[in-house]
Design a protein around this ligand. Structure first.
Ligand SMILES: Cc1ncc(COP(=O)(O)O)c(C=O)c1O
Length: 369
């Protein structure tokens, strides 16, 4: 493995220091929760090794929620990040081929690169609404392709493909005898209601998700892999056992006690996201410097400074950070032009969100040439 640190992690707010940022619009999750908000009872918990697949009741709950047949189809992992690592290292060797859709969450690109396999990238285009041209995608598959990697809803664009598109991708994977990896970390935040869990539709699909984004619990490091392919799930388990044996029993217990209240909690979370998105839309409608493909899910948007506008992009980021104390996710975090920026609207206080959005407009204006 040839590991390299990713800009999105090197430049992340937790590495830069939260206290250096006034308006933090870099985050891709809902606001972090405090332990006191979780209503937990952990006193009786034995701090032992636990079920290597993950707490039975927790997997039952996730399986039921995901339209899966049994808890055996769910493997708990250290975050969605851990899930993606397990999947890539299980399925890919140096001679294998992978097709990844970009822009994407950086780990979906970087771990396969660290493995040294052949990585082809399907670049989504702004002009095509960040949707897929199925014929162009199909032409990029290869006899040695092991899987096709997509993220729905997308990080960083917030675009959600249709259910028909998801089913086409699954049919393509089935037809080619490959796997479709769907990173569904933002699935429950889809504005119009979530697509089916991909893994529930076919053994050719692998789904990944976590508690980090929707529930504001990224510090728990609790995610999962869902697949209806038992032999593959056994290999994923082997990988997990060699990395961590099992998850933290504390994290699993907290996750279960929390997720039991999901039916009560989720409507409020979705309402909060809708209200925040309305603020972003209001700002977007009142400015003329940026353009976007309107997000349909998640808590991020990925606008770009209009191509016709003459702007010194480095100056834009400098002014934004130094004069306005505002941070966004610059395009290079996603191997995209730096005129693109990811704006996270789920995490900051509402007044900070509004101030940060105004700062973006002001910084673009002051960086015009
Ligand atoms: C699409 C996507 N997948 C996976 C992750 C990793 O999340 P975690 O490991 O916190 O569950 C992220 C985090 O930003 C993400 O955006």
């Amino acid at each position: 493995m040839k590991y390299r640190r990713m800009p999105i992690e090197i430049e992340s707010p937790e590495q830069m220091g939260y206290d250096t940022i006034k308006y933090n619009l870099t985050e891709s999750s809902c606001a972090d929760l405090a332990m006191s908000e979780l209503d937990l009872d952990l006193q009786g918990l034995l701090v032992a090794y636990c079920d290597h697949r993950g707490k039975v009741e927790l997997r039952d709950l996730i399986a039921r929620d995901s339209g899966l047949a049994s808890r055996d189809e769910v493997l708990m992992t250290p975050g969605a990040a851990g899930a993606l690592f397990i999947i890539a290292t299980t399925l890919l060797g140096p001679d294998d081929h992978l097709l990844v859709v970009r822009p994407n969450y950086a780990t979906n690109l970087e771990t396969p690169r660290a493995i040294g396999c052949h990585v082809d990238i399907y670049d989504l285009k702004f002009e095509e609404g960040f949707d897929i041209d199925l014929a162009r995608l199909t032409a990029m598959l290869h006899p040695r392709t092991k899987y096709l990697s997509v993220t729905i809803p997308s990080n960083p664009t917030g675009v959600v493909w249709s259910e028909a598109r998801l089913r086409q991708l699954i049919a393509l994977a089935e037809d080619r005898g490959i796997k479709l990896l769907v990173d569904e970390t933002y699935r429950e935040m889809t504005f119009a209601g979530p697509l089916p869990v991909a893994a529930s539709l076919s053994p050719a699909a692998i789904s990944v998700s976590s508690l980090s984004k929707t529930y504001g619990l990224p510090g728990l490091r609790m995610g999962w892999i869902a697949t209806k392919d038992p032999a593959l799930q056994e290999k994923f388990l082997a990988a997990k056992e060699q990395i961590v044996i099992c998850n933290s029993v504390v994290d699993e217990e907290i996750s279960w006690q929390f997720l039991r209240r999901k039916a009560v909690l989720l409507p409020g979370i979705r309402r909060e996201i809708a209200e925040r998105f309305a603020l972003v839309r209001q700002w977007y409608g009142a400015q003329d410097e940026l353009e976007w493909i309107e997000p349909q899910g998640g808590v991020v948007a990925f606008p770009r400074i209009k191509p016709g506008l003459r702007v010194d992009v480095d100056r834009f980021y400098r002014v934004l950070q130094e004069q306005h104390g505002t941070f966004v996710g610059p395009g290079h975090w996603f191997e995209m032009d730096r005129r693109f920026m990811r704006i996270g609207f789920g995490w900051p206080k509402r007044e900070h969100l509004v101030a940060g959005l105004q700062a973006i407009s002001a910084a673009v204006r002051s960086a015009r040439t």
